[in-house]
Design a protein around this ligand. Structure first.
Ligand code: ATP
Ligand code: MG
Length: 486
C-alpha cells in the first residue's frame, strides 16, 4: 500500500461539495475512519466531473445511524448501506466489507448475501477495478493506493482486482461495468479481462435479477457514450443477454437515437431512458402488430396487445417499471395518432404530454430513412413553428389532402368519425396490483391463451381468443376520460 499526497494526484478539498465533507467530518469527529472512494475519486483524478461521491467507513450502518440520526436511513439487503442526507444531497455511506464468512452464493457462484464488516484492506480487495479502489481522506490530504491504481489511471487501463474469471462469476454485472467504464473513460481493457470475457461468460448475466439489469441498462443509456458502447455490447455478446428479441445489429434508427441521446446529455438536457427502450423494441413491436392484424385483430387492439406482449417479454431480461412501460406504449401509440390525426384534434395533440416524445421518435424514424410516416414528422416540425393563422391554413390543406385520400380508400373510414376535438388517452391504464391479483380465474385462463414462445414465428393465438372477437366499439365520448396522460 502506498500513501500518496492528494495534491500530487490533482485533488483538493475545493473540488468537493460541502455535503461529502460534512459526512467525512461528522464520522471523523465521532471517532471513525472515513474516506471518499470509488467513481468520485477516479473522476476527479481524470479531470472529469464526478456524478456523485460515495463514502466508506469503519462504522457499521447502525453506528452511522447513531452519528446522523434522522438524516440517515439504512437500506439494502444483499449490501446493507447507510443513506445520509446532507442538505439536499444524499450520500451513500458503506461500511468496510470482509469476504462473506459463510458463502451465501448461488449454484453459479454468485454472491447473494453479503454483510460482513471488515478492514480497509479487505474492503479494497472486494472492489471491482483498481481505479475504483482508491481511498481519499480529504482533510488529511492523502490517498491510499493499495495496487498502483495511479499507474492504471496514467496508462488508461481498466484492470480488475484479482482473477477476472472469478470476479465475473461472483458478480456478472462486472461485465457490464467493464464495458461501461471502458466506453465512458475511453480506457483500454486489460488483456487478462479480454481473455475471459467470452460469449459463454456473458451467459451468466441470465442469473442476474431483471431489476438489477434494468438499473444497469439505465446507466448504460444515460452515461453520455451510448453510441460508443453499443458496438461493444454487441461484440462481447452482452446485447443479446440484455434484450431478448431485438436484432443483433445497430439499425440506422437505433444509431441516430443513441447519438441524439448522447448529444442531449452533453448539453445538459434531460432524457427519459424509457425513450431508448421504445426505440430498441420498435421493430419487434411492429412485427407483433403485423402478427395480430394478420389474424384479423382490429389495428387499435393489435397495437395495444402487441405493446403489452413485447414489454412483457423484455421484462424477463430487464424489468421495466410501470411508468416506463406506460411511457413506451404511449410513444408507440403516438406514432399512429401523429401519422393520421383528425384535423379537429391537431392542436390538442400538439399539447399532449406525450407529444414531444412521440414527435421526436417520429422525426428520428424519418431521419433514419423510414418513409412509412409519410413525412408527418416534418409536417409536425413545421407546424410547431407556425403562427395561429399559418396553423389554420396548414390544417385546412392537410384536411383537403386527407379527404382526397379518404375518398380513395372509403372502406378505411372509421364508423365513429364524428370526432371531438379532444383526444382519448393513448393507452389504457394498467390495472393496479391489488385489482390485478383479484382478477378472476376465467380471465386468467383467457389471457393465457395468448402464448408467446421463444421465437416470434412460433407465437400462437388461439382462434377463440377474445381479442379476435372484439369489434371496434363505438365509444360514448361522455364516458371517456380525456386529456393528457402522465
Ligand atoms: P459511477 O458512479 O461513475 O457510475 P462508480 O465507480 O462510482 O461509477 P458505483 O456503482 O457508484 O460506481 O459504485 C461505487 C464503488 O463501489 C465502485 O467504484 C466500486 O469500488 C464499488 N463497486 C460497485 N459495484 C461493484 C461491483 N459490482 N463489484 C465490486 N465493486 C463494486
Ligand atoms: Mg458512484
Amino acid at each position: 500500500m502506498q500513501t500518496l499526497r492528494a495534491s500530487k494526484c490533482g485533488l483538493s478539498t475545493s473540488q468537493l461539495p460541502s455535503s461529502i465533507l460534512d459526512v467525512i467530518d461528522s464520522l471523523t469527529k465521532a471517532g471513525y475512519e472515513a474516506y471518499i472512494v470509488g467513481g468520485g475519486v477516479r473522476d476527479l483524478m481524470l479531470g472529469l466531473n464526478p456524478k456523485d461521491f460515495d463514502a466508506v467507513t469503519n462504522a457499521t450502518p447502525s453506528q452511522v445511524k447513531e452519528v446522523f440520526g434522522r438524516r440517515c436511513r439504512i437500506i439494502g439487503r444483499r449490501f446493507e448501506l447507510a443513506h445520509v442526507y446532507s442538505g439536499r444531497e444524499l450520500i451513500e455511506v458503506a461500511t468496510f466489507r470482509a469476504p462473506p464468512k459463510k458463502a451465501v452464493t448461488s449454484a453459479q457462484g454468485m454472491i447473494l448475501r453479503d454483510n460482513n464488516w471488515g478492514t480497509i484492506e479487505q474492503d479494497f480487495a472486494r472492489r471491482d477495478f483498481s481505479i475504483n479502489a482508491m481511498y481519499y481522506q480529504p482533510r488529511k490530504g492523502i490517498v491510499l493506493d493499495f495496487c498502483h491504481a495511479v499507474d492504471d489511471i496514467k496508462s488508461k487501463t481498466l484492470r480488475l482486482l484479482g482473477d477476472p474469471a472469478l470476479r465475473f462469476e461472483e458478480d456478472p454485472v462486472r461485465m457490464l461495468r467493464t464495458l461501461r467504464f471502458a466506453a465512458k473513460l475511453n480506457f483500454n481493457i486489460d488483456p487478462a479481462i479480454l481473455d475471459v470475457f467470452t460469449p459463454e461468460m456473458t451467459q451468466l448475466l441470465r442469473d442476474v435479477s431483471p431489476h438489477r439489469l434494468y438499473d444497469e441498462s439505465q446507466k448504460l443509456f444515460t452515461m453520455g457514450h451510448l453510441h460508443r458502447i453499443m458496438p461493444m455490447l454487441i461484440e462481447f455478446g452482452v446485447w443479446r443477454q440484455l434484450f431478448a428479441d431485438i436484432p443483433q445489429k445497430i439499425t440506422k434508427f437505433i444509431e441516430l437515437a443513441a447519438k441524439n441521446t448522447d448529444q442531449r446529455i452533453q448539453i445538459g438536457k434531460t432524457i427519459n431512458p424509457a425513450f431508448f427502450y421504445a426505440v430498441l423494441l420498435w421493430e419487434t413491436f411492429l412485427e407483433r402488430v403485423d402478427f395480430y392484424t394478420s389474424k384479423g385483430v382490429v389495428p387499435t387492439e393489435a397495437r395495444a396487445q402487441a405493446g403489452l406482449d413485447v414489454l412483457k417479454r423484455q421484462a424477463t431480461r430487464t424489468i421495466i417499471p410501470r411508468f416506463a412501460e406506460t411511457f413506451v406504449r404511449e410513444v408507440w401509440e403516438m406514432q399512429s395518432r401523429l401519422l393520421n390525426p383528425k384535423p379537429q384534434q391537431i392542436e390538442a395533440l400538439s399539447g399532449h404530454a406525450r407529444f414531444r416524445a412521440g414527435f421526436d421518435f417520429m422525426l428520428l424514424r424519418e431521419k433514419s430513412g423510414d418513409t412509412s410516416s409519410n413525412g408527418m414528422g416534418s409536417w409536425w416540425e413545421a407546424y410547431q413553428n407556425m403562427t395561429t393563422d399559418e396553423k389554420e391554413r396548414a390544417i385546412s390543406a392537410y384536411n383537403r389532402q386527407r379527404a382526397k385520400g379518404r375518398r380513395k380508400a372509403q372502406d378505411e373510414v372509421a364508423p365513429d368519425s364524428k370526432v371531438s376535438n379532444q383526444i382519448e388517452p393513448l393507452v389504457k391504464e394498467t390495472e393496479s396490483r391489488t385489482r390485478r391479483s383479484r382478477r378472476t380465474q376465467t380471465q386468467r385462463v383467457e389471457n393465457s391463451k395468448v402464448m408467446m414462445t421463444s421465437t416470434n414465428d412460433a407465437m400462437t393465438i388461439s382462434p377463440d381468443h377474445p381479442i379476435l372477437k372484439r369489434k371496434r366499439v363505438k365509444r360514448d365520448l361522455n364516458q371517456v376520460v380525456f386529456g393528457p396522460t402522465q
